[in-house]
Write a protein that binds this ligand. Structure first.
Ligand code: APR
Ligand code: PHB
Length: 425
């Protein structure tokens, strides 16, 4: 009898708490003049980082809303690197994104470095037991959008003026403008996946973060052409005229790059000029086999190494390019974004499903540990293969000596291979 009375009283108390919480929520929405939306994780940015995070979280039953500034067509129009580490492939497969990747991706057992006519095979698979998969980032993003559509997740395109509020409190929210109207999205956590120029990193006060940066005095002029690749494996070339890279998307689509001075206008280069300059940077035997054709895309990308730490400010977490940029020599950009997402998704699922916050407390250190090692590798590859304006002949000799050493030492090749295929998560 007595226990029934207590149960009844506690039920009344619970109902009263729920009623007051509902009133508080309605009042907060009134203040912003918005019917209001609520989710567990608000994701700013619908590039590869944001979409993959949304994919993994929704698979685990965690609700997300992705807020993306651009249109889907714009996001899919970007041509980026195309070399996936085996850890990236495993993470994409586990997220349900393996079908087309397994059908259309090309497994590469090795890559090449060259210096003049010296060709140095890096036998990745033989040296480490693993290779890499060539599959364009654009294709990864396309697969992500399709998988998100199939799952029915929420991706809002065309948002403007995103502001992250109350990140250090217990109830963060995000405000944004869509078609002229201001909206509010309440959430438990915010994931800043909005790239180098996004708002997330800048939301963290300057005295709460430290930035590390090296801007290189050159960029990469990239050409995509409907021609068969000159090499069956990716080839990185050092030469007295600067760096060159031969890569591919498939048996009929090639991707080539040459080092150019910073600020170069891609339209200032005709296709013929590009092919001629590339040929001069490759071993003669490779240049003789080069099949040229009209470019279907031509662009210049600047080269930068950048890290902002820590990756957490209260309930806001930085992921991918929002937190770090690597030069593309070594193709670590997308792969690092995927390992960030792997760590953060695990941490958020633990926090939201079991109330265990150990993962979110450790996210920044865990991710940075891997980020700094990939930073070092991309910087060392860039230094070993590019000509720096105004450098002394000594620097050029150091590059040649490093490449010469690689050609003679399996230990040196193994170290490069271990980093190239991706350090363990
Ligand atoms: N509000 C909403 N969306 C934004 C905002 C903003 N203020 N600012 C940027 N975005 C969007 C961009 O339009 C873009 O689609 O965030 C997305 C960020 O995507 P990426 O720049 O591709 O960054 P990320 O998803 O971390 O991908 C990392 O991309 O740049 C390469 O080398 C990098 O391969 C790596 C991968
Ligand atoms: C590419 O295919 O675009 C590519 C390959 C390797 C790199 C960078 C870019 O290191």
């Amino acid at each position: 009898m007595r226990s029934t009375a207590i149960e009844w009283q506690s039920r009344r108390f619970a109902a009263w708490v729920a009623f007051t919480e509902r009133i508080a929520l309605l009042c907060s929405h009134k203040q912003t003049g918005d019917a209001g939306m609520r989710t567990q994780v608000a994701i700013i940015g619908g590039g590869p980082s944001g979409l993959l995070l949304s994919q993994i979280l929704n698979q685990a039953g965690v609700e997300t809303v992705v807020l993306e500034r651009a249109t889907r067509e714009h996001v899919l129009g970007r041509i980026r690197a195309g070399v996936l580490e085996s850890g990236t492939v495993a993470t994409l497969r586990a997220a349900g994104l393996g079908d087309r990747l397994d059908r259309e991706g090309f497994y590469h057992e090795g890559c090449f470095l060259t210096d003049g006519d010296l060709s140095i095979p890096i036998e990745l698979d033989k040296l480490t037991g693993r290779g890499v998969t060539v599959y364009g980032q654009t294709e990864v993003t396309r697969d992500l959008y399709e998988a998100q559509d199939a799952m029915g997740t929420t991706i809002v395109h065309g948002v403007e003026d995103v502001v992250i509020q109350e990140a250090t409190g217990t109830a963060p929210f995000v405000e944004y403008t869509l078609k002229g109207a201001r909206h509010r999205l309440d959430c438990d956590y915010v994931a800043g996946c909005d790239g180098f120029h996004g708002v997330s990193r800048k939301t963290i006060p300057e005295d709460k973060r430290q930035e590390f940066e090296r801007v290189y005095p050159f960029g990469w002029l990239g050409v995509l052409s409907k021609t068969p690749p000159v090499s069956h494996e990716v080839m990185y070339s050092n030469s007295p005229r600067g760096f060159g890279l031969c890569s591919m998307r498939n048996a009929e689509l090639s991707r080539y790059y040459i080092q150019v001075p910073v600020g170069t206008d891609p339209n200032a280069w005709s296709d013929d000029q590009f092919w001629e300059e590339l040929s001069l940077r490759l071993p003669k035997e490779t240049a003789d086999r080069l099949v040229t054709g009209p470019s279907v895309e031509k662009s210049v990308a600047p080269l930068r190494s950048f890290v902002s730490e820590p990756l957490r400010w209260g309930r806001l977490f930085l992921v991918g390019d929002a937190a770090h940029i690597v030069p593309p020599t070594g193709a670590k950009g997308l792969n690092l974004a995927v390992s960030d997402v792997y760590y953060l998704s695990e941490a958020l699922i633990d926090a939201l499903k079991s109330g265990n916050e150990t993962g979110i407390d450790g996210y920044s250190d865990r991710a940075l540990n891997r980020i700094w090692k990939a930073m070092r590798f991309s910087w060392s590859m860039t230094t070993m293969l590019h000509q720096f304006e105004g450098e002394s002949p000594f620097e050029a000799q150091m590059r040649r000596a490093t490449l010469n050493h690689l050609s003679r030492s399996e230990t040196a090749r193994k170290d490069l291979a271990e980093n190239y295929i991706g350090l363990p998560y």
